[in-house]
Design a protein. Sequence first.
Length: 114
Amino acid sequence: MDDSEAASAVGRFLTLADTAEILSLTAAEVLELVRTGELPAIRLGTRGTPAGGAAMIGSGGAGVWRVERIVLESFIEAKYEEARRMSLWQESDFGNIPELSGGTIIRPDDSPAS
């Protein structure tokens, strides 16, 4: 099964549990990413308890969250790009300037002075 067949089998929208499995996170961690807006998602359903009376994970009583597969792929690509840029920044000559590195001085050879 190639990537396009696997994507078709999963469908367009992923549950938080599916998303958590793909990212190797817990459903609660994915819910936090969604709630903070870091991972875009949509909420489906009406307010209240679903038929059957069982509360849904992370629903807060207002439906279920779904993450679009393409949005998740873009999120992952953005995280790779963020990591790449941070790595390049830390390797640059400007990475050790406190004003530009968040107030910490980054030294390549941080060995204790004797």
